[in-house]
Design a protein around this ligand. Structure first.
Ligand code: NDP
Length: 221
């Protein structure tokens, strides 16, 4: 049975990904915040050590946070937290899981970026830095890992109806933004999961190093 590790699966996009992979027959590992604190390098290293006997076929680096502030109001703490959770944790998890993928000559990794790693929006300086950064990780590792049949891609979600979106937008703002999206609505988490699970699946045999935006046409305007 193929094994998948999905971060941030307690809700939102990660939960939808974990459910879809389960429905496709994967054994899915969805560590809680307590079992795997992505802000803490020691927690990640301990997790990788604990599961070093398991070969994950799939890694979905989904967990992410987004604190929105104009540049003069950015705090040191939020800068560090976003860097750790959104950018460094995926690298640490890949570092910990790739040796076994290499041994079995198979792996599929999907990193979750954002439309704010494709286009700019005020207040997202650090978030955008992490999301641009994660695609740099994807492109570099696509080259490094292709000889081992390990494919790695970035999915950049557009506005998706999750707790994160509801934290950063009022219901009124959600309606207003939806009217600016060519599809006329925000995405459901399951719509992001479909794209993520395709790239994470055995059906993906040749796509690697790509950044695919799933935004209902928003960044095409
Ligand atoms: P949510 O806020 O709904 O969920 C975030 C998940 O990340 C939760 O499961 C949370 O766990 C987990 N998490 C946060 N911090 C940590 C940590 N320190 N250690 C372990 N787990 C942690 O996010 P979304 O589903 O909306 O977003 C998922 C991804 O998609 C993110 O990378 C986000 O940047 C990206 N994205 C989302 C968009 C959107 O519109 N929603 C748009 C563009 C990109 P817990 O419940 O324990 O806190």
């Amino acid at each position: 049975m193929r094994k998948a590790l999905v971060t941030g699966a307690s809700r939102g996009i990660g939960e939808a990904v974990a459910l879809q992979l389960q429905n496709e027959g994967y054994q899915v590992y969805t560590p809680t915040h307590v079992e795997l604190d992505l802000e803490d390098a020691m927690s990640i290293d301990a997790f990788c050590k604990k599961y070093s006997d398991i070969t994950f076929d799939v890694l979905v680096n989904n967990a992410g946070i987004n604190d929105i502030h104009m540049v003069e109001d950015i705090t040191e703490q939020e800068m560090l937290s976003m860097m750790h959770i959104n950018l460094l944790a995926p690298i640490r998890l890949i570092r910990g899981t790739v040796p076994n993928m290499k041994k079995q000559q198979y792996g599929r990794i999907v990193n979750i970026g954002s439309i704010w790693g494709v286009a700019g929006k005020a207040g997202r300086t650090v978030y955008a830095a992490t999301k641009h950064g994660i695609h740099g990780v994807t492109q570099t590792l696509a080259v490094e890992l292709a000889p081992y049949n390990i494919l790695i891609n970035t999915i950049c979600p557009g506005y998706t109806l999750t707790a994160l979106t509801r934290k950063n937008n009022t219901e009124e703002q959600i309606q207003e933004i939806s009217s600016c999206i060519p599809m006329g609505r925000m995405a459901e988490p399951e719509e992001q999961a479909k794209a993520i699970c395709f790239l994470a699946g055995e059906g993906n045999t040749y796509i690697t190093g790509q950044q695919i935006t799933v935004d209902g046409g928003y960044t095409s305007l």
